[in-house]
Design a protein around this ligand. Structure first.
Ligand SMILES: Nc1ncnc2c1ncn2[C@@H]1O[C@H](COP(=O)(O)OP(=O)(O)OP(=O)(O)O)[C@@H](O)[C@H]1O
Ligand SMILES: [Mg+2]
Length: 132
């Protein structure tokens, strides 16, 4: 089923000049970019994006990293877009990442991991409302 999701190219993805590479891989998977913009997030926006992690020991570090430079906010449409964008970006934990995924190919780190994608249809709706 065609649906929409939210993807964000994180500050290290932008710094490392991987915007084109990331968009290419999402389009290769037949995901359609329906809206896109660059923003340097305010702290409260980053905290809202990651509100499900509030209270965890890595929360402050995660928010500091997310606001450390401009990010690219992307609205995507495609077949099972939530699931398929997660496949393209790769796993959360470095030891589980497969070569061929964005994180698997470009990041050895847990925190600095290039790209975010919404984890569920519910998160996708909430995150799109936050940014678009
Ligand atoms: N145990 C941890 N220690 C430090 N940082 C963590 C830990 N778990 C997650 N993170 C960081 O918090 C972010 C959000 O965690 P989450 O569990 O939502 O992973 P994710 O869904 O793969 O990442 P994202 O939401 O950014 O797409 C991760 O991308 C990672 O940068
Ligand atoms: Mg997540």
């Amino acid at each position: 089923m065609i649906e929409e999701t939210f993807v964000m190219i994180k500050p290290d993805g932008v710094r490392r000049k991987l915007i084109g590479e990331i968009i290419k891989r999402l389009e290769q998977k037949l995901m359609t970019i329906v809206d896109i913009k660059m923003e340097h997030l305010e702290q409260d926006k980053a905290e809202k994006l990651y509100e499900m992690h509030k209270g965890k020991d890595f929360f402050d570090m995660l928010v500091d990293y997310t606001i450390s430079g401009p990010v690219v906010l992307v609205k995507i449409q495609g077949e099972e877009a939530v699931m398929n964008c997660r496949i393209v970006i790769g796993e959360t934990y470095p030891e589980k990442r497969k070569a061929g995924s964005i994180r698997g190919d470009f990041s050895p780190y847990l925190t600095e991991n290039i790209v975010h994608a919404a984890s569920s249809k519910q998160d996708a709706k909430r995150e799109l409302e936050l940014f678009f």
